[in-house]
Design a protein around this ligand. Sequence first.
Ligand SMILES: *Cc1c(COP(=O)(O)O)cnc(C)c1O
Length: 463
Amino acid sequence: MSRSAHPAGPRHADVLAEGHYSAPAADLNALDEKVWARTVARDADGALTVGGIAVTRLAEEFGTPAYFLDESDFRARCRAWADAFGPDADVFYAGKAFLSRAVVRWLTQEGLNLDVCSGGELTTALDAGMPAERIAFHGNNKTVAEIERAIGAGVGRIVLDSFQEIARVAHIAQRHGKRQRVQIRVTVGVEAHTHEFIATAHEDQKFGIALADGQAAEAVRRALTLDGLELIGIHSHIGSQIFDMAGFEVSARRVVQLLAEVRDEHGVELPEIDLGGGLGIAYTSEDDPREPHEIAKALSDIVTRECEAAKLRTPRISVEPGRAIVGPTAFTLYEVGTVKPLEGLRTYVSVDGGMSDNIRTALYDAEYSVALVSRTSDAEPMLVRVVGKHCESGDIVVKDAFLPADLAPGDLIAVPATGAYCRSMASNYNHALRPPVVAVRDGEARVIVRRETEEDLLRLDVG
Ligand SMILES: *Cc1c(COP(=O)(O)O)cnc(C)c1O
């Protein structure tokens, strides 16, 4: 629900009714390790550090706003996911969360595979040396040119999203003299969000082929008959920012049912099942995400149990975490420009970025936390709304949070857990210059995506 669509009107949404900000943390200087990247700490002067470097120094060198990404945390999370699932499963990082050539190299080195869903993401992956067989190509409307390139490059799998695409990919593969490994994306009638899920018979969405009415079974039938395709499995992705494993349980059960039908009808046991991504992270202290090993155990137990019941060999499982790998590894650093107290309501804190570097609050009503990071403070907590510099009253970065009451222009504040879907969804609204991504590791900081310049803007504008 967008904030402008609040049922009681925008005014009501603005007054202290929703209670997201329940109470300030006991110590506003404390850094909750759930929401901050692993090497984040405070130095003797009270400044926040990442990879051993103080944000005050980082701001001087790289400017604000900027995203700072903890490279060792990113690599550790890749390893944790790969170790948790082990050699009999595959972890695909969902590139749409955040992709750059440096990220591709880290993934390649740490043994992960990569999901891409556009020609641009594919180019980035191949350019940075990700072996094509470790790439999966997704999307509900891949262009013919994209399919040509994916097949030509030899991607490990294409996830087929529609009946038209089954025919299209088969045709192009055949023209290339190839048999393309493919999965079919099915919609299982599970809509999962954070702490709840809804299971229905039908699914009203653009992605995938419905299990309902024998649609998915028909898609399998067609794929099995086409020479250009090698059908290796079934794919299902049920939502995002999910904490409750029950949605995956329903989804896995329905996919396994389809595998059993396929065996009964065609005598073929499809060897793979992909359960998608969508695993949640902590944006605020109230979120409690699970560790990768718990998720791996839960998913593999579900699939094993369902397959035993259906007397099927357990297929190879793959998963596609994006947010759960990159989300917690980065924070956005801003400089405070203005502080506007509204008596009895809240204080508006304007920063030098906004919806152009983090659209998630405006788009999804997302929750974030925020901290004063250039220093510590013993001042009382004040209720704040952190807003950007765009010409839009919905330009909100953090809806409700507490910052010390002595906050002043020139202070640096940081919003944690912005590694996923912030830089990748960034825009040039108001001709904003998209901020850089700076990777920090063991006392060294280096730009992996540079800040846009006004020249970049003018170069696209051909006059
Ligand atoms: C978006 C997406 C993912 C990744 O989702 P996260 O919430 O970042 O884990 C994985 N698979 C598919 C098919 C997706 O569309």
